[in-house]
Design a protein around this ligand. Sequence first.
Ligand code: NAP
Length: 320
Amino acid sequence: MRAIRVSEFGGPEVLKIQDVADPKADSGQVLVRIKAAGVNPVDTYIRAGAYARKPNLPFTPGTDAGGIVEAVGPNVKRFKAGDRVYTNGSITGVCAELALCEESRVHHLPGKISFAQGAALGVPYGTAYRALFQRGRTKAGETVLVHGATGGVGVACVQFARAAGLTVIGTGGTEKGRALVAEQGAHHVLDHRASDYDKQLLNITEGRGVDLITEMLANVNLARDLTMLAPGGRVVVIGNRGNVEINPREAMTREAAIFGLTLFAATEADLREIHAAIIAGLENGTVRPFVGHELPLADAPRAHQFVMEPGAYGKIVLVP
Ligand code: NAP
């Protein structure tokens, strides 16, 4: 089969398409024929060797995919060859024609959801659900700022929050991105590059601020986030690319809290909850992954560059 291989850590150019042996499903494993593979920012940090978890070289990147079950190993209970599925983890990496996965990392994909949409689920929707409900403990009637709503995680946050009865404010850095955020269900859309977006947010909330912020770029925004919180407000740090100075008084006077989030810390019970919510959302139409860019598998280097550039527009997927 053809697969993207990384033989040394480095820039996007270390992603090479190669022929490798087809994997075989062992006990408890599912072999998936990949129809689309999602590209997440974390894949670029891992490729660069800059992430806390470093895979052994050489490896095939990627965890999120949509595809069809090719074969199952002994003791696999929930799947058979021919089932439409999405994955949220893989033993051999999903940027390939075939990928081996533990049964627990494979989920049924409803017929009305495309494979490319299936590839947009695992990390983005898993992270969004964990941010809103498992870390942020939000509930109907609250107001959330999705700070960076145009990309994979942001679109997922907007959809989950809207379906859960929150008032949703989303931000984007481009006009096209902000139009997407409105289409996905945000009640209000702001430009995170505008100098006065915090004042606009306080106007929208009649001076109260928001109950929750799901933050995609904390090193740029955390200090200002604290000034936009309502009493008892929470910030969930999802994305961060550097240091930041904050005034803790802003948190103190609001009795506000800052929560970290890493999807890798989700327990098996957390993941069961997350995927039950995703599948319910797919079935009732409130989870509608938006794929902005589909590229051929061989263009993995371009996709890795693309996902780190400003001007996000939904999800980027690779098609074998
Ligand atoms: P993505 O699809 O590339 O989207 C990036 C988002 O960040 C876009 O909405 C972008 O908006 C926004 N952004 C850029 N500059 C911003 C600013 N100054 N203020 C607010 N938002 C800004 O990436 P993603 O998959 O959504 O992931 C978002 C971040 O979360 C990444 O850093 C990723 O590594 C991280 N993440 C962490 C976890 C975890 O477990 N902690 C899990 C998933 C993702 P514009 O392009 O419109 O400006």
